[in-house]
Design a protein around this ligand. Sequence first.
Ligand code: SF4
Length: 416
Amino acid sequence: MRTSRIARDTSKILAATTRGPSLRRTRAATNTLNAVEAGGVAKVGTRESESAVHDEAPHSDSDLSSVPDDALSESSDAIVGQKRKRREPVTVKQEVKEVSITAITSPKNESKSKKARRVPAKKITGKDGIVKVEPPPSWEEIYSLTREMRNENVAPVDTMGCESLADRTASPRDQRFQTLISLMLSSQTKDTVTAVAIKGMQERMPGGFNLESVIALEPQALNAFINKVGFHNLKTKYIKNAAEILRDKFNSDIPDTIQGLTSLPGVGPKMAYLCLSAAWGRDEGIGVDVHVHRITNLWGWHKTTKPEETRAALESWLPKGKWHDINNLLVGFGQTICLPVGKKCGECKLADRGLCPSAVVGKKTRVKKESLLVKTEENDASATLSETTVVTHKTVKAEEIKGSVVDIEDIGRHAR
Ligand code: SF4
């Protein structure tokens, strides 16, 4: 009973000294209070010392809040500003000077020179509403000059192209199969490498190079025959699968339709059109490979980004009689003169006649000088911190030349 009275008294004292929610309790104080409320007489002294903690807390808060925030931030900014000023006594400036020098080589035959322009095939809608495609104006001249150049230079495709790899002593069915396999191996692979792989199969495949032998061959053995060819592991799978499909769905021969050919694994439209033409002698479309796509775009006949777009663009106006020929023509031209890297425009009749807008007719040299200047603020003195000179070379194409073309004799004399 006595203990509970003391506890009640203590609670009253606490209620009198407590000032609402602004008081903060430490964990120790809370524990002490709980103990007292639970009836511990000996803890009263400890509680008194805890009330001192309660009293100090608002004091310290009001001390801090009595200092205006602005004053604090301004003074701290001022201090930082002073430090910043002392630490950044310099300004750094970058200067760039650029000089361009262009050396132009004109076509060798000045009398025939003319400005090469991109004139693509055009769609024209007639009065009857029928849309016709007008071919690029100089296409026949370009085509026949390219044929001339091709006849003067033998290209790998002439002796090792997929069309010429089938064994002419084999049965027509086996020749067609060999043509299909040659095409499947040729993607991402040089003609010379494809030719060696096909020759190896023709000479050493047990039972001869035909559909049945390929089906009977273990995948590892087939892979060994083609292991120098690009993506040979994948192609081994495709060839094995294709052979089984040919046996099961196409009466052990290759299909004679684009639909049938493209249903085989690894055979796309380009391969299908080339195969249909080479194996069955049917030209139902143009086989557009990287050379046909690249060179016809260089000539400005169209502006396409994918070989399939190029095929559609060419088929809209190129006479059907050339659908088979254009692939061999441009593959060989791309292998001998208009190379993907290092085009030989100096040897090209199209550059000479001003027929190719992409002909390289000169070089542009750009000299860029970059200086980093440091300037001190105190005495306004400046000094160069670093200096770099960058020299870049760019080829100049015929279509980029404005006005008259400088003669070849003037290379280096007329800087533009
Ligand atoms: S002029 Fe140059 S870019 Fe044009 S077709 Fe000839 S080699 Fe190719």
